[in-house]
Design a protein around this ligand. Sequence first.
Ligand code: WT7
Length: 677
Amino acid sequence: MTKLGTPAAPLLGAELERELERLLAVPAFEPSPEFRSQALISDASVYGEAERDYEGWWGRQAAELLDWMAPWHTALDQSDAPSYRWFVGGRLNASYNCLDRHVLAGHGDRVAYHWHGQAGEERAVTYGELLGEVQGLAAALRARGIGPGDVVGIYMPMVPEVAVAMLACARIGAPHNLVFLGSSPQTLHQQLSFSEAVALITVDGAIQREGTFRAVKQEIDPVLAELPSLHTVIVRPHRPAPAPMRTDRDLWWKDAVAAGGGECPPEPLDAEHPLYLLYTSGSTGKPKVVVHSTGGYLTGVHWTSKYVFDLKPQSDVFWCTADAGWVTGHSYSVYGPLMNGVSSLMYEGAPDQPHRGIWWELVERYRVSILYAAPTTIRSFMSWGAELPAAYDLSSLRLLGTVGEPINPKAWLWYRTVIGGGRCPIVDTWWQTETGAILVAPLPGVSATKPGAAGRPLPGILPEVFDDDGDPVLEEQGALVLRRPWPSMLRTLYKEDDRYRQTYFGRFDDRSYFGRFSEPAYYVGDVARVDADGHFWIEGRVDDVITVGSERLPSARVESAVVAHPKVAEAGVIGLPDRQWGQVVCAFVTLIGDTRGSTRLEQEIRDVVRERLGEAAVPRRIVWAVDLAKTRSGKIMRRLLRNMAYGLDPGDVTTLRDPRVIDDLERSFAAGADSVS
Ligand code: WT7
């Protein structure tokens, strides 16, 4: 036993492998007494309270957590289901809840963001400064005639001004529509034209994640010219670049602020007023534009950031590593931490720039206490080796989170052991762009956690797993549904309300309404399983299931088995058509370090999969890849792998992080085409 307070020497090499092997046999981890004793929630009674009357319970949370300008009279109105309305009659403002109230309470000097730039620059922005900036920009927008309901596009890197831009829009009731800066000008055009944006807030230049320079404003000018509704473009100097300005439309940030006059009281907005529009990542099908509300969204986001991350505004430094361009960034890089009044770290760069230890250098430097990251990044760190984090002092960390896809048990244990030093609980948080906030996750001071499972639903949330006929099943794979509305749920799909009803409430429509609460069956689109302890195991998207004979194998589960081989860094798994079995498994595999593929390694991987999942899951084809086709949010684009394997056009690749991988993958796939066993 190590003495309390003395950090154990980091485990490396064979010793680490042995420890991870040992931990793989541990079914569940309880919160430590140390963590539990200081946690905001340390007993399970909250679940029962919410269960007894979820509407009333949410009402109490909304009243307690948010500042309202006018009180609401009805917590939930279901009369027009599935168009749910929460906190009916209430008025509030998101920017007031994120900024003014903290400043009024005397916390204006607290750091809102520690910013670390790609070139190593540092900047700290306090709540007071942020409020000043937001007022200035909000007044600027107002001076351009922009008001409640006008859509404003935002196309910016990870700088505190992206939060300023979002909150300035929220202050005047203009729904924002962020477009991830890595998206192409065509994507920007497509999104802003669909949302009929009247203004855009952007930068002159930026450095891409891969380190290449972009003259952003100049590059997007041609597509902006084709947006008839766009009358204002505000440009923030970021990385010096030529930025041709059209005098009737374009303004530098400081000139816009000067023209606005600086003062801008927050607009009292209806609880149901749309706070923002956001595209879903679209790894399958045509993109959808999700509409989020103000009162319900803020309630869900405030509650979950406070209690899932156990936020202590006086002492924590929270680092949600997601770009503001994704929903994770909206909820947990901007609105959640700011509503809680906590200090966050914002980092502009990529995890391997300027070096592969940068995250750990930042954790040490800013004394980060809570880290929230995606499994894909954790797997990259794993493949880069435990020596890198071991070189830094990570003792400030006390809680770790993951989001975005199922995490392989091995990656979970690596995260816990190597990054968390075995002392930090892990919260695996399941949610979607559509859900607005986390819905299934542990409460870190209460819940036991199982590596690879998202755990139990949060208080007030009622997920179930349905079979094909819409009957609930236990300990069996099926379709994940949500049986109750929740405050932060999407309100509709922008301009496509029928599609909203059809996509989310059409699948099990005969089950949609029953009983006193007319409980819906919101169709998630994920395959999941509930175990005997009520823990949810999310297996992946419905479209990512491979059917071999009568066995239905979620890609993510087979991928976990493939990466269990110590030489494998990452795997993307798809089904190939097969006359005998219907489908067989094909695995695209990247290897650790400079390991090279061989028939022997193929055999070993097959053995590992056979041992874990049985014969049906054994990959008939293994393709050695240099890199997998990943979206910018880190998801493997299995559709692209599938289309390629089927000899089809790759389809829409605008969300792909690095389009060059397509050629490499095609070459690797073709190279091994004769060796199908
Ligand atoms: C889909 C939603 C939620 C923010 C980022 C992604 C998958 C998300 C988990 C998790 C297993 C997860 C689901 C979900 N997913 N979190 N903890 N465990 N799967 O948002 O792009 O809207 O994707 O991501 O398949 O439906 P999104």
